[in-house]
Ligand binder design. Structure first.
Ligand code: NAD
Length: 335
């Protein structure tokens, strides 16, 4: 595919789960990639295969501080995405979304280049509209434990649209729904990684609530494909556009699928729902289908099998105590 923009691409948060796959795809299609990351949740190991490549460069930098580099396009993914990580230092989370957006938008404005924001379905909060379309304004708690992330991302969207209206910066906003795949953090508390690590280590599978709340999970390759396509849209297309898999699944069914694929005998263990945890979340992807010609192509069983393979290797490398720097027991215990 020929990119519509120049070849030097900045990816903030490129050492993270989605960012590392995006960097790989960009290098594969001939871009020169500058990955900018402060390694808050990301890891160099996710990029090990790119480190010797002359088209790839890795810069330790916190985007809450200004960045002065030259490039032709910016993907802004930097931000911890899982509740355990973004709630650990909520002020820093908001700063990353808001100050980080201002800094990266400032760079895009100076260079007159396209910038894409990795926004989130969390901007819809506990939705009153189902499935969620992009014109739904959301139902979000501004003062709860998840607000640093949800409201930070909402404010970032505001900034992106105002830089567009006020300074004519070519912006793109992707509202990403739950994504899963290799390079997820084993202790991020997210459904798929949690269930897989628990199943592989024989621990109980923890279900919150009664397990009937639904989520729609998109495999990371599909999510990355949507981001690439969105960046390649004409300058007048800004989004926001939903990126996710509309196939709605109950937590209970996902747990059972993982138990079957891993051959695990872990029991199910029910716990109370955390505060502000949305009970139902599903994207309407009509806009992505129409404007990006995109839809998810990787089925759940296929995606889960690939993800289980990744965690299996990660845990197998751990007995010596060195799986992502932690021992098997520590990974399993979420430390
Ligand atoms: N994974 C999902 O299901 C999902 C869903 C919706 C939106 N998103 C968004 O996609 C983006 C990537 O998510 P992810 O799942 O890969 O998360 P992740 O935590 O794996 O990656 C985030 C990356 O950003 C880096 N980072 C955090 N703060 C930074 C800062 N101040 N300066 C520089 N780097 C910083 C981290 O070190 C990490 O490498 C995030 O913006 C997230 O909000 C993800």
């Amino acid at each position: 595919m020929t990119a519509l923009y120049g070849n030097r691409v900045v990816v903030t948060g490129g050492a993270g789960f989605i960012g590392s796959h995006l960097c790989t795809r960009l290098v594969e299609r001939g871009s020169e990639v500058l990955c900018v990351d402060n390694f808050y949740t990301g890891s160099r190991q996710h990029l090990a295969h790119l480190l010797g490549d002359p088209r790839f460069e890795l810069l330790r930098h916190d985007i809450t501080f200004p960045l002065y580099v030259e490039c032709d396009a910016i993907y802004n993914l930097a931000c911890p995405a899982s509740p355990v990580h973004y709630q650990f230092d909520p002020v820093q989370t908001t700063k990353t979304s808001v100050h980080g957006a201002i800094n990266m938008l400032g760079l895009a404005k100076r260079l007159k280049v396209k910038i894409l924001q990795a926004s989130t379905s969390e901007v819809y909060g506990e939705p009153r509209v189902h499935p969620q379309t992009e014109d739904y304004w959301g139902h979000v708690n501004p003062i709860g434990p998840r607000s640093c992330y949800d409201e930070g991302k909402r404010c970032a969207e505001t900034l992106f649209m105002d830089y567009r209206r006020q300074h004519n910066v070519p912006v793109k906003i992707a509202r990403i729904f739950n994504t899963y795949g290799p390079h997820m953090h084993p202790a991020d508390g997210r459904v798929v990684s949690n269930f897989i690590v628990q199943a592989l280590t024989g621990q109980p599978i923890t279900l919150y609530g009664d397990g009937t709340q639904t989520r729609a999970f998109c495999y990371v390759d599909d999510t990355v494909e949507a981001l690439l396509r969105l960046m390649d849209t004409p300058a007048d297309f800004t989004g926001p556009v939903n990126v996710g898999n509309p196939e709605e699944l109950r937590m209970l069914d996902i747990a059972q699928c993982i138990l079957e694929l891993t051959g695990s005998h872990s029991p199910l263990e029910y716990r109370p729902l955390p505060a502000d945890d949305p009970t139902q979340r599903c994207p309407d992807i009509s806009l992505a289908r129409r404007e990006l010609g995109w839809r998810p192509t990787v089925g759940l069983r296929d995606g889960l099998t690939r993800t289980i393979g990744y965690f299996d290797r990660l845990l197998s490398s751990a007995p010596a105590g060195r799986g992502e720097g932690r021992g098997r027991e520590e990974i399993a215990a979420g430390r």
